[in-house]
Design a protein around this ligand. Structure first.
Ligand code: ARG
Length: 269
């Protein structure tokens, strides 16, 4: 379990708000403290820098309150980027913004063609891409992912609307190890996960509800919500170095550390 330096893209929550509800965590009637969101996000960015990772920033756009969730902006593997197509119209205009950023950074960008919400539902685990469907990313997009990246795609059915993106229910810790919430998946998908990852860490509902699985691992350090106390101690016992961060304001939109973080794998220009 050794750390490797990562390259991330993030989007400052300048225009962050909860103005509509497209997942069960969002309640537009509940106030959001944007200053606090910004401070929490800045701390997350600083944590990555202190770990030796590179963080690029995309310019936030007014009128796109969920643009802070950069994981939904694309999927980038081996310098190839798959553009996204959001399911919800409220987020549609984020797609061309992320695409434009990746193009100017020198990444080859492939058209989405089907609804896919980027790394929210598409997680690289060793040679495989684990692909969620059921709420956002369409099943048709999974075949597209396999063609674009030339890596086997494992379809996983999400069944709980609270865990509507794969990255809220499953976290890749290193090339061979994942952590996940079993009951967020259909029985068949649970069997697939047991077969592929017999040594996985199984999370419980309180940790998952704290967005503990919405974690960012560099292979050794795991950045996750400080509220996920059980998962933090399990990670430590398994030899990882968990680092707790507080993203309570962003959780009001149904997001956590991983949602705010798009990994750029392979060189652009
Ligand atoms: N409010 C956003 C949505 O529902 C949150 C996105 C969270 N992103 C993620 N990668 N899970 O689309």
């Amino acid at each position: 379990m050794h750390a490797t330096p990562r390259h991330f893209l993030m989007c400052r929550p300048t225009y962050f708000a909860v103005e509509y509800a497209i997942n069960p965590w969002m309640d537009p009637a509940r106030p959001v403290d944007r200053e606090l969101a910004l401070a929490q996000w800045t701390r997350l960015r600083q944590t990555y820098l202190e770990l030796g990772h590179t963080v690029d920033e995309i310019e936030p756009l007014p009128g796109l309150p969920d643009m802070v969730f950069a994981a939904n902006g694309a999927t980038v593997i081996d310098g190839q980027a798959l553009a996204v197509q959001f399911r919800e119209p409220q987020r549609a205009d984020e797609a061309p913004a992320y695409r434009g950023w990746l193009e100017q950074a020198g990444f080859v960008v492939h058209d989405a063609k089907y609804v896919n919400e980027g790394e929210g539902d598409l997680l690289l685990a060793g040679d495989f891409v684990l692909a969620g469907t059921g709420f956002r990313t369409s099943h048709a997009a999974h075949a597209r992912v396999q063609e674009v990246f030339g890596r086997p795609v494992i379809t996983l059915q999400l069944v709980d609307p609270c865990f509507y993106h794969l990255d809220t229910a499953l976290c890749v810790l290193d090339e061979r190890t994942i952590a996940y919430l079993p009951e967020a998946f259909s029985p068949g998908s649970q069997a697939v996960l047991r077969r592929l990852f017999p040594d996985a860490i199984l999370a419980d509902l309180p940790d998952a509800a704290a967005f503990g699985l919405n974690a960012v691992s560099d292979g050794h350090h795991v950045v996750l919500p400080v509220q996920a106390a059980g998962l933090i101690s399990t990670l430590r016992a398994r030899g990882y170095h968990p680092i707790g961060v507080d993203l309570s304001e962003l959780r009001k939109a149904g997001g956590g550390p991983k949602c705010c973080t798009l990994e750029l794998r392979g060189a652009g220009r």
